[in-house]
Structures are given as C-alpha cells and as structure tokens.
Write a new protein. Structure first.
Length: 345
C-alpha cells in the first residue's frame, strides 16, 4: 500500500510517500521558521496561508522524487490534530479533496502518534513494548506503548512543557526563535557551576513534570545577573542557558529511567523536537547503557514535524482497517488526548 502523508499542524508543511512493502520512498519539508521569527513565535493565520501555498508543490516534489504519479497512491494520511485549527484544516481539506478525486481511502492521524512511531522508520527499530518520552511543542509525556494504538499514560506535564520552557527561556535571554536550538547553541559556551537552578518534581515520586517554576527561576536569575548591561552579558546568558539545559535534561532523564524501572521494560524511545537536543541524548545514552537498557531516537530531521511520520502512522492504521474510509467527511481536532486512541481493528 502506497500512502501519501500530509503534515500541517503548525509551522511546517511536510509531505511524504511511504510504501508498506518498500518503506519510505520520498519526503519533503518546508519550514516557516524564518517567517515567524520576525514575530518571536508562530502567527496562526500566516501559518495557514503558507500551508496553502506549499502543500501542492510539495506533493508534486515527493511524487517526482519517487518517480511515481498521483494514480499510484493507494491512500492518504493527514494530521487531524492536535494543532492549530486553521493549519489542520488546510492539510485535511487538501487530503480529502485529493482522495475523493482518486477514489482512495483517507485516515486522520494523531500528531503525537506520528512522533511516537517515528523511530520505527529507522533501520533498527525498537520492538514493542517500550516506554516513550514525547517532548514535542506543548507536550511532555511518558507513555507505555504495547502496540500501535495501545498507549498508557504514565506521566504528563502539569503546566509548561519542556519545549515551551526552552522557548520562554530563549525569549527571556533575548536569544531568538525557535527557542530550543537557540538555547542549546548558547549553552555550549556556558560554564558549569556558576548558577544553580531548581529541578522541579525531580523527586516527586511520580512520573509527572512541571517546568513553569523553572521558567520563573530563570526570569528571576536573569533579572539579577543581567541587571546592568556589561561586556560580560553574553557569557552570563551562556552560563544561565547551560544551567537551564542541565536542569531540563536531568529531569527528563531521571523520569525516563524511573518509567523503565516501574514498567519493567528495557526499551526507551524519545520523540519530538526536544528529542534532538544533544545534551539530552548524551545523558539518556549514558543512563540507559549503565542500566543495560536501550534508547532509540528518530533521525534528527524526523524529530521536528514532518510528513514521513504521518505517512508511516497512517499506513499502519490503513492496512489494519477492515473497511477503508471512502465517504470523505472530516473534522479536525485541535485538542486531542493521545490516550483516546485505540488499536486499529
């Protein structure tokens, strides 16, 4: 089955072609970072309009790259939610219209399920069951994954997610957008031990997260340390960024290892934009190796939003369905709990 995947949940337009027998055939991505950086964050209306401009040319690009035609497509998967409602509607409308024309089935994919399954696109994919750390956008969650559609929530963020904390810290330090890469880049120049930030809920006894207090601590520290502008401000920002990154990655690593211990599993996967963080990968690699566990990541280009993960997740669900959807009625779900998903029948 050849499946076209369309991702348009936020500020990236992703297209991909995935074949259930041959694997990933082609993928393409347009990022809106440059457009939104002027505003310090995503402007929903601009994001939606850009998806309209980019989606059809990118569909043609992946078809050309795979040396295929529209008529070769057997099904279409699209991000149904969660995300920005306008952006989701663009991808959904294009997917359903195209599917109606081609008379092929469609499947709405949960954005986080796409991230969760992205490591399965790699050459040596993890085997079920495993623990998954989802650190994408406004989500920081630990899940026990038994199979596709069988997800048990182990821990969730009680307020800000890790990605949001990175974005807000970058803004507080004047480092630009997007926050994650900006903070990580500056943190590489930081010095260990100059500052000390809290590790919220590190020893809470559960698997939940909280990053709002850490963000507030960064604000307080920045106001104190950068009260008078001097030539040393750049180093001070680097030292704050270093300590912030250490705090976040220590919390995430500790909770992941607790989740493995509590579930009795030895496979961990890490997905989402923060999963690309080099320091987080270093800490997780060290911790899992010490405990004789295994950690799996998607390739860096599949950590952020992309069409490949949507095509893959959609293909797994389409091939498992007894009856494929051909009526092409649709809705989008800007808010959608991953735990609501069920195993495809």
């Amino acid at each position: 089955m050849l499946v076209l995947g369309i991702e348009s949940s936020c500020d990236e337009t992703g297209l991909a072609l995935y074949d259930t027998e041959r694997g990933l055939l082609a993928h393409a991505l347009h990022s809106q970072i440059e457009m939104h950086s002027e505003y310090g964050g995503v402007v929903p209306e601009l994001a939606s309009r850009d998806h309209i401009r980019r989606t059809l040319p990118l569909i043609q690009k992946v078809l050309n790259d795979a040396k295929l035609a529209l008529s070769d497509i057997d099904g279409i998967a699209y991000t149904q939610g969660p995300g920005l409602s306008g952006a989701l509607l663009v991808g959904t409308c294009i997917a359903e219209s195209l599917a109606f024309t081609l008379n092929v089935p469609t499947i709405g994919v949960h954005h986080l399920e796409g991230h969760l399954l992205a490591p399965l696109l790699e050459e040596n994919p993890p085997q079920f069951p495993f623990v998954a750390l989802l650190v994408s956008g406004g989500h920081t969650q630990l899940m026990k994954v038994t199979d596709i559609g069988e997800y048990e929530l182990l821990g969730d963020t009680l307020d800000d997610a890790a990605g949001e904390a990175f974005d807000k810290t970058a803004k507080l330090l004047g480092l630009g957008y997007p926050g994650g890469p900006a903070v990580s880049k500056v943190a590489n120049q930081g010095k260990k031990g100059r500052f000390k930030l809290p590790r919220p809920m590190l020893n809470s006894g559960d698997l939940n997260f909280s990053f709002s207090g850490l963000k507030t601590a960064v604000l307080t520290l920045a106001n104190q340390a950068l009260a008078n502008e001097t030539d040393s401000d750049l180093q001070t920002k680097a030292d704050i960024a270093y300590e912030f990154q250490e705090a976040v990655t220590e919390i995430l690593t500790t909770k992941c290892m607790s989740a493995l211990r509590e579930t009795g599993l030895d496979n961990l996967i890490v997905s989402g934009g923060v999963g690309a963080n080099k320091r987080l990968r270093e800490q997780l690699n060290f911790a899992t190796k010490r405990k004789l566990c295994h950690v799996h990541y998607p390739r860096l280009e599949f950590c952020t939003d992309n069409g490949a993960m949507i095509a893959f997740a959609g293909a797994q669900r389409l091939k498992a369905l007894e009856e494929n959807k051909l009526n092409h009625s649709f809705t989008v779900r800007p808010r959608w709990d991953l735990a609501e998903l069920q195993k495809p029948q």
